[in-house]
Design a protein around this ligand. Structure first.
Ligand SMILES: *[C@@H]1O[C@H](CO)[C@@H](O)[C@H](O)[C@H]1NC(C)=O
Length: 177
């Protein structure tokens, strides 16, 4: 084996560090038919988002009928005015996955005619895993975000995945040593 002990040890350490922030895929609204005009305030996606916790590296997944709807990532201004004319990105494949690649707010609206005006819109705030707190840029003060502040929820699933990786790393380490 050409590996030196320090090298293997640092590789294990890196595995350990990353295993606790493993990225998740999060289904928007928590179910497959959630990307639609909400029939009541309690069905609003921002209410769902406010009760969820999003971290950098997590992916949002939308499931919808590609013939009837789409997902537009837009600026804060376009979100507020439901302006669908020049989105940052447009997705209409019915199975859209977007990685939250930075901290801060992400704004999404429906591209279907009139849907955004009827409340089919979503703000997701990605947290930096290290701080665990929202670091708002001056352009986005908490009062401008419709969704309530993100409540810390259990990250048991992610922790369990992390432990599996730790165990796997230890086994690999024992074999190599
Ligand atoms: C929508 O956004 C585009 C591009 O930013 C802008 O040119 C247009 O005037 C906006 N439309 C409305 C109705 O605000």
């Amino acid at each position: 084996m050409a590996f030196s002990r320090p090298l293997v040890s640092s590789m294990l350490l890196v595995c350990l560090l990353f295993s606790f922030s493993d990225a998740r895929e999060i289904l928007v609204g928590g179910k497959t038919d959630a990307w639609k005009v909400p029939s009541s305030e309690s069905e609003s996606l921002n209410r769902w988002a406010g009760a969820s916790r999003f971290q950098i590296g997590d992916s949002l997944v939308w499931k919808y009928d590609a013939n009837k709807d789409s997902v537009l990532q837009v600026t804060k201004e376009a979100y507020a005015s439901c302006n669908v004319s020049s989105p940052i990105a447009e997705y209409k494949d019915g199975n859209t996955k977007i990685v939250l690649d930075r901290s801060g707010p992400f704004y999404f609206i429906s591209g279907a005619n009139g849907h955004c005006e009827k409340g089919q819109k979503l703000i997701v705030v990605a947290l930096s895993p290290r701080s665990g707190f929202i670091s708002f840029s001056p352009a986005a003060s908490p009062s401008e975000i419709e969704a309530p502040a993100v409540a810390p929820t259990s990250s048991a699933t992610s922790l369990k995945g992390g432990l599996m990786v730790v165990l796997a790393s230890l086994v690999v380490g024992m074999v190599l040593f």
